[in-house]
Design a protein. Structure first.
Length: 187
């Protein structure tokens, strides 16, 4: 068995075909419960003793078995993030963000607003403008890269924020507040 520390957070373990044959994960990968694998625990304990690899926390384990029976195991530690850090990252991406979608037809913006209202459990800050036979939906404080907003491009086209001044100046405001909520009830 060869144990190589690849950094503070990763490890490579090479097993000969004889050593791999003694392990419970060398047979059928689909049936293995890695969290409760006695062989993996034994190997990780040995890695801790030999190279000082700390096995506390979340681990990502990748096991590659060669047709001749040799085995390589790659172990890396996942960086632990607190619930508060995850929420802060989400808020940093979304607070103050503005996204603009342009719709060619009234039916399209009504359908999109209906889906938005049905698929979210919170009030979406939004405005709706009209100019030259186009409808503009402004969404605020939402991360439009989130998959739950991806359907909007089925009905509309995403436009750059640089167009906002033109729309605000020339367009007619149909809903100053709660545009999604109001338009979702019109369908």
């Amino acid at each position: 068995m060869e144990i190589i520390k690849l950094g503070t957070c990763s490890l490579k373990i090479s097993l000969s075909s004889e050593e791999a044959g003694k392990c419970d994960f060398s047979k059928n990968k689909d049936d293995i419960d890695y969290e409760n694998s006695g062989s993996l625990k034994f190997i990780l304990d040995k890695a801790k003793k030999e190279v000082g690899f700390d096995v506390k926390g979340r681990l990502c384990v990748e096991i590659y078995t060669a047709p001749s029976g040799e085995c390589e195991i790659f172990v890396s530690k996942a960086k632990e993030r607190s619930y508060k850090e995850k929420n802060n990252d989400q808020q940093k991406r979304s607070i103050g963000a503005r996204s603009i979608y342009v719709f060619d037809r009234l039916e399209d913006i009504l359908s999109a607003c209906k889906r938005l209202a049905d698929n979210t459990s919170f009030e979406i800050k939004s405005k709706i403008y009209y100019d030259k036979n186009k409808y503009y939906l402004f969404l605020f404080d939402t991360d439009t890269k989130d998959i739950k907003y991806s359907f909007l491009t089925e009905y509309s086209k995403y436009i750059k924020n640089s167009a906002a001044l033109y729309i605000l100046e020339r367009g007619k405001c149909l809903c100053e507040k709660k545009g999604v909520e109001i338009f979702s009830k019109l369908l």
